[in-house]
Design a protein around this ligand. Structure first.
Ligand code: NA7
Length: 291
């Protein structure tokens, strides 16, 4: 079993680090808000005082933080992992930050530190039960090294070289934005026709957005949107989609429209709720005009 550092114990990081620990890896954890290390140390993990301290003598450092700025902070900020990583050690970034951020980090680390991008599809239930899809960007050797480490988290897909995992994740999440916006707009339309909500939810369960309906129906029916995947993070991902497409000279209308809905919901205060909390923004009778 490997010696690991796990940095970033948010909604996803906590169950993922727990899985790695329960699989028998030796795990040292660090989180900006130190109190979140407690559930892990209770199960036998070691807590480090800084990211730099966490990675000393580990086989692999895993990062699972909000965005590119947070990744930059834990890698190159004060007491960041870059100060301690040595040739032969692995840095596995599992955050959703896009390929540019991953390649930039890799280019600034000492020669011999192997960087692998391995973002995941799935949210808290899949993270807790080892059913994530992990998109790995690495050369053959890097993939062979991360495979036994990450296997307890779910199914690994070797999708290409460094950056390909991060790119794949952006592609995947472009569909997530479109599906949740389509769900909200279908409900809004049903309301306008005067159809029963429960009937509309039943029939939408048999359409191309069925899996989204199944996953989020309880939230819609209860009006409660506890975060499995924060709306602010879905908005970050759709912004990545739009920006990356823009740099390639493209306009992706569906991505822009779903980004705009998420932006409106975030402005209405739903950023820390589940991303499905965009639905009440869409179904409101007098939504704010699109800019
Ligand atoms: P969460 O639950 O919002 O957790 C985010 C984590 O990132 C959490 O541990 C944060 O620490 C940490 N974070 C955020 N900013 C920083 C900075 N500046 N420095 C250090 N640590 C930071 O997100 P999820 O777990 O759902 O998702 C994580 C990633 O996977 C994200 O890219 C998603 O899009 C997919 P905190 O506890 O707030 O101190």
């Amino acid at each position: 079993m490997a010696k690991l550092a796990f940095i970033g114990l948010g909604l996803m990081g906590t169950p993922m680090a727990t899985r790695l620990l329960e699989a028998g890896h030796h795990v040292t954890v660090w989180n900006r808000t130190a109190g979140k290390t407690e559930p892990l140390t209770d199960r036998g993990a070691t807590a480090a005082a800084t990211p730099m301290e966490a990675v000393a003598s580990v086989d692999a450092a895993i990062t699972m933080v909000t965005n590119a700025a947070a990744l930059e902070q834990v890698v190159f900020g004060e007491n960041g992992v870059a100060a301690a990583l040595a040739p032969g050690q692995l840095l596995i970034d599992m955050s959703t930050v896009g390929p540019d951020a991953v390649r930039s980090i890799a280019s600034r680390l000492p020669d011999g530190v192997v960087v692998v991008d391995a973002p995941v599809r799935g949210s808290v239930p899949q993270a807790s039960t080892g059913r994530l899809a992990v998109y790995v960007g690495a050369d053959e050797d890097g993939f062979a090294r991360v495979q036994p480490i990450l296997a307890p988290l779910g199914t690994l897909h070797h999708v290409g070289e460094l950056g390909a995992g991060a790119a794949t994740k952006v592609v995947v999440n472009s569909t997530l934005g479109a599906a949740i916006a389509a769900f909200g707009e279908a409900l809004a339309l049903g309301d306008d026709f005067g159809l029963e909500r429960s009937v509309v939810l039943d029939v939408l369960g048999d359409t191309p957005i069925a899996s989204t309906v199944e996953a989020k129906r309880a939230n819609v029916e209860s009006g409660n949107y506890p975060a499995n995947f924060k709306l602010s993070l879905a908005l970050k991902d759709l912004n990545l989609v739009v920006q990356i497409a823009g740099r390639s000279g493209r306009r992706l209308d569906l991505a822009e429209a779903s980004r705009d809905w998420l932006q409106q919901a975030a402005e209405a205060g739903a950023g820390d709720l589940d991303y499905s909390a965009v639905i009440p923004t869409i179904t409101a009778r007098t939504p704010p005009a699109r800019s």
